[in-house]
Design a binder for this molecule. Structure first.
Ligand code: TXA
Ligand code: MG
Length: 322
């Protein structure tokens, strides 16, 4: 499959959704919206199709990808669920939760999609367009975020095209995504459930369901590369927890009390609403990049609820680039 190809824009109407399903069934790459961010989909059972994802994203190494399913039962059939995984799936699927569980015998998810691991990341997105495409495809669909490797995740079709136009077969335009940060990833591998990545489901909500605190991922054993420093990087340098603006900085604000002095200000949520801030996060970072902001001061964001995922992505964006 050649790297350069015309990228079709498909509408989120019955024809577009059926065509997206047909393309996925024939090993093509199709970006589509989920409730979190846009994903770059390929047939998870087809190693060549999965390899094309890495090529299109320019991802240097093979990381495990999340397999997306239209229905909770279809997802459950691919893994072995312990009591915690079972409770979490019941509580949050469909929704912005990825469960990493031991892969079931005969699951069919390619070795490459699992990066050779004997575990599998499973997710049932809560988005009508995603679920219609997954139903039309009729098989597990591997879908990392639909951005070039190292860029921030796309929250609208224009972001996808800015990164991947000419490198993928199609993008289905389903409008802006509602959650705006990626799914929460929890590994349930028999022992204590581990939070691999904070995301669209708040830690406290997941902990309430399993009735105990989530363990922190330990560095060495961590196999979620989204946890690497500088993974969600815009071009600009980022200064976190800023209460003022230094000369030459643009400001990524949060809440009503915005310090003076920035030439360019984008507010994640003027009312201080964390869900609104999450939905705006990646789009605002892209707009600041596009405006040529060299340095961005980011106002303090509280760590509760979705704030944990927002702070996690901003901390990575601020990390030194390797
Ligand atoms: O919200 C989301 O999760 C989006 C949308 C498109 O569904 N997808 C997404 O995929 O963020 P990606 O590839 O950008 O991030 C998936 C993360 C990676 O850090 C990967 O290492 C981890 O999930 N992951 C997947 N399978 C895993 C496994 N078996 N074990 C450990 N980590 C896994
Ligand atoms: Mg990603």
């Amino acid at each position: 499959m050649s790297l350069i190809r015309p990228t079709r824009r498909l509408a989120a109407d019955p024809e577009g959704l059926a065509e997206a399903g047909r393309l996925l069934r024939t090993g093509r790459l199709v970006a589509f919206p989920t409730e979190t961010v846009y994903g770059l989909g390929a047939d998870a059972t087809d190693g060549q199709a999965v390899a094309a994802i890495y090529e299109a994203k320019g991802r240097p190494s093979f990381n495990p990808l999340i397999a997306h399913l239209a229905e909770p039962d279809a997802a459950r059939a691919l893994g072995r669920f312990d009591a915690a995984a079972d409770a979490l799936a019941r509580a949050f699927w469909p929704g912005p939760l990825t469960l990493v569980v031991p892969v079931a015998a005969g699951a069919g998810v390619s070795e490459l999609a699992r990066a050779g691991l004997d575990t599998v990341g499973l997710r049932v997105p809560d988005h009508p367009v995603a679920r219609a495409i997954l139903t039309a495809a009729g098989r597990p669909i591997a879908a990392p975020s639909a951005n070039r490797s190292g860029h921030v995740s796309p929250t609208c079709a224009a972001h996808v095209l800015a990164d991947l136009d000419g490198r993928i077969d199609a993008v289905v335009d389903g409008g802006p995504t509602a959650v705006g940060v990626e799914s929460t990833i929890i590994a349930c591998l028999g022992g204590h459930p581990v939070l691999l990545r904070p995301g669209g489901i708040a830690r406290a909500a997941a902990e309430a369901v399993i009735d105990r605190p989530l363990a922190a991922a330990s560095g060495g054993a961590t196999i979620a590369p989204g946890m690497l420093a500088s993974h969600y990087a815009p071009k600009a340098m980022i200064r976190l927890d800023a209460r003022d603006v230094l000369p030459g900085e643009a400001l990524l604000a949060f809440g009503p009390d915005v310090p003076e002095g920035a030439g360019l200000v984008l507010n994640l949520s003027p009312s201080g609403n964390l869900a609104e801030a999450a939905a705006n996060l990646f789009g605002h970072l892209r707009r600041l990049d596009a405006a040529g902001a060299g340095r961005i001061a980011v106002m303090p964001i509280p760590a509760q609820g979705l704030g944990e995922a927002i702070r996690d992505r901003l901390t990575r964006a601020a990390a030194p680039r390797s």
